[in-house]
Design a protein around this ligand. Structure first.
Ligand code: URA
Length: 188
C-alpha cells in the first residue's frame, strides 16, 4: 500500500465505533519522507473539524516547540495520532479503540521509516514505548527499538495546564535536536 491508498483505506475504516461520531478523519500531516515522527493520542474538537492533528491551542504550542528545534509540519516532521477519529467529549481513547486503530499508525511508520519517534504524552508513550511508561518519571529518556530512537515529551495540553513543566520540556527538546543532528541524514 502507498500513502494515498493507506489514507483512503483509513477513511473507510469501521474497526471501531468512533467513525460513527467523528466529523473528519485525522490521518496525519507533514512530509511523507520526514525523518522525525511525532505521535499524539487522538483528535480533539478542532482537529475533528479541520481534519488535521494539533490545530487548537495545544497545536499552536506544539508548533512553537517544534520551531525551537528547527522542525515544522510543513518541512521536516510528520505528525500523527494513536487513534485517527475523535473520541467523543474529549475522553481518552479506550484500549479497544487504540488496538483497533494501531495498525494504521504501524503502516504509516512502515512507509515513513523515521529515525526518531517522539511520543506526545502518556498514552502514546504507553502504546509505543512501554506499557509501564510514567510520563513524569520517563519523559526525555531514550529507547532504541531496532535502531529507531524513541522518546516522549509532556503532551502540549498538559503543558498548557501546568506551565511549570515547560523548562524540563525545553531540556528534552534540545536533546531531541542533538539526537537529530546525530542520526538524521538531512540537515535541519
Ligand atoms: N491531542 C492529541 O493528542 N492529538 C491531536 O491531534 C490533538 C490533540
Amino acid at each position: 500500500m502507498n500513502w494515498d491508498e493507506l489514507e483512503s483505506a483509513c477513511r473507510d475504516c469501521k474497526k471501531c465505533a468512533l467513525y460513527e461520531t467523528r466529523r473528519k478523519l485525522v490521518f496525519g500531516v507533514g512530509p511523507r519522507d520526514a525523518e522525525v515522527l511525532f505521535v499524539g493520542e487522538g483528535p480533539g474538537e478542532n482537529e475533528d473539524l479541520q481534519g488535521e492533528p494539533f490545530v487548537g491551542r495545544g497545536g499552536k504550542l506544539l508548533d512553537d516547540m517544534l520551531e525551537i528545534i528547527d522542525l515544522s509540519r510543513e518541512k521536516n516532521v510528520y505528525i500523527a495520532n494513536i487513534v485517527k477519529c475523535r473520541p467523543p467529549g474529549n475522553r481518552d481513547p479506550l484500549n479497544t479503540e487504540q488496538t483497533a486503530c494501531i495498525d494504521w499508525l504501524r503502516e504509516q511508520y512502515r512507509l515513513l521509516r523515521p529515525k526518531i519517534v517522539v511520543c506526545l504524552g502518556r498514552i502514546a508513550a504507553m502504546v509505543l514505548i512501554d506499557e509501564g511508561f510514567k510520563i513524569t518519571r520517563d519523559h526525555g529518556k531514550w529507547y532504541d527499538k531496532d535502531g529507531v530512537l524513541f522518546t516522549a515529551l509532556y503532551h502540549p495540553a498538559a503543558l498548557l495546564r501546568d506551565p511549570n513543566r515547560k523548562p524540563e520540556t525545553f531540556v528534552d527538546l534540545k536533546e531531541i535536536q542533538r539526537k537529530i543532528g546525530e542520526v538524521c541524514e538531512r540537515t535541519y
